[in-house]
Design a binder for this molecule. Structure first.
Ligand code: FAD
Length: 395
């Protein structure tokens, strides 16, 4: 059955997670007819834990007015503090001036709330998210692409963009030579909890390089604490019911508040394996292109994955608006985005490698970190200062 007919300048976007809705909104603004397909049957409003949208990501959203939605539903981060497993301060970054310097602060937001506000923005703009439409087959031709969904529906479009995340089907079908994602060796667990008397104030990302695992916590002004744990582990080896004792054991020699948070959390979220994608030979082939995690999934340690998807969406829509030949527009997109994405990926990998070293590595890390942290803070500021302008034409 056909779910749509072909018109000129028609885009199919596979995936309405973080980047897909934003791309749909930009493409609509640029005059494209957009079909936004989402494999899930319904909006994911309570899924996952939380993430940080950085000033550069908010700047990339600002032309759509979405920066305000994110900042009003999220909470500004005004500092990062790093501690060793003994609770000794290893240093930190003061981010209280970011709103003045960059226009926005790093904003921590629940993933479900981010999905919710993106869905509402699509609704306001008249972009329907078609739930239950999981892309499963692509038949590209020089003139267009035929897209098939698991439910048997099909449609044709001038091009397809895979915003379908880490395990992208668009990637597997459209760029079959692409390397599969590699497991970083780290598992992520998260939680939301209300506990009084924490030894830090709201608005600060407190990061503990624990004895055996890494722990991050952020308290909101509304009295909740959002936390995550990153530790070595094997995929599928930890059942959810065994999770709490395992986390308590891994953090047994870390500051007591870490274990208090884990113990008090009603529902543990995860574990999720942390993966990244090795550099792809290319992000597009013919009329099929990838962006966001589908093209360059990175360790969450740089806190930039979602923001990279927002930047991608703006630049990809610019290229498709200004370069009439679709494959050439995709190549322009990659040429414009690769250097920045590669740089951020490198930083993310370095951060990730510091999270679960052995005893010797830990000893070195705790001594070296205070020396390198000021440079890391400057690197973070460089990443935050990136600016994009949708009105600017690309060649
Ligand atoms: C634990 C963790 C913490 C993170 N923390 C941060 C952070 O602090 N800051 C940050 O910027 N980033 C963070 N990230 C990374 C960030 O979540 C991702 O980079 C971001 O979600 C990528 O957006 P995306 O649109 O490319 O993919 P996703 O958001 O993963 O969306 C993909 C969508 O595609 C859909 N889909 C999949 N297959 C199909 C198909 N075949 N057909 C149709 N739809 C399909 C999925 O259902 C999903 O809705 C974190 C990631 C993890 C795992």
């Amino acid at each position: 059955m056909h779910v749509g007919g072909m018109t000129k300048r028609t885009a199919v976007i596979a995936g309405a997670g973080v980047g897909g809705p934003v791309l749909a909104l930009w493409l609509r603004k640029a005059g494209f007819e957009v079909r936004l397909l989402e494999g899930r049957g319904a909006p994911a409003l309570v899924e996952g834990a939380f993430l940080g949208v950085s000033p550069n990501g908010l700047q990339a959203l600002s032309g759509l007015g979405l920066d305000r939605d994110v900042t009003s539903r999220g909470h500004a981060c005004r500092a990062f503090e790093f501690q060793s497993h003994t609770g000794r301060s290893l240093g930190g970054f003061d981010r209280s001036g970011d709103a003045t310097t960059f226009g926005w602060s790093l904003t921590m937001i629940r993933r479900g709330d981010l999905h919710g506000l993106l869905g509402e923005a699509c609704e306001r703009a008249g972009v329907a998210i078609e739930y239950g439409k999981r892309l499963s087959r692509l038949v590209p031709s020089p003139a267009d692409v035929e897209v098939f969904c698991e439910d048997g529906t099909s449609l044709r479009a001038d091009f397809v963009v895979g915003c379908d995340g880490l395990r992208s089907t668009t990637r597997a079908l459209g760029l079959p030579d692409a390397p599969p994602p590699t497991f970083s060796g780290l598992l992520d667990v998260g939680g939301f909890v209300r506990t009084p008397d924490l030894p830090f104030e709201p608005g600060i990302n407190v990061m503990v390089f624990g004895e055996r695992a890494f722990f991050g916590a952020f308290s909101t002004p509304t009295g909740e604490t959002w936390w995550f744990h990153n530790g070595s582990g094997q995929l599928g080896a930890v059942e959810n019911q065994a999770l709490r004792p395992r986390l308590l054991e891994l953090h047994q020699h870390d500051p007591a508040w870490v274990r208090e948070l884990i113990s008090a959390t009603p529902t543990l979220l995860g574990p999720w394996g942390l993966f990244e994608l090795d550099a792809m030979p290319s992000w597009s082939r013919g009329r099929v292109c990838l962006m966001g995690d589908a093209a360059h999934a990175m360790s969450p340690s740089a806190g930039q994955g979602a923001s990279m998807a927002f930047e991608d969406a703006l630049v990809l829509a610019q290229c498709l608006r200004d370069v009439s030949d679709v494959p050439t527009a995709f190549q322009s997109f990659e040429r414009l985005r690769r250097p920045r994405v590669d740089q951020i990926m490198k930083a993310a990998r370095q951060n990730s490698n510091r999270k679960a070293p052995g005893p010797v590595g830990r000893w070195v890390r705790d001594r070296v970190l205070p020396l390198v942290l000021p440079f890391a803070g400057k690197g973070q500021s460089r990443a935050y200062s990136h600016r994009l302008d949708f009105e600017q034409r690309v060649g």
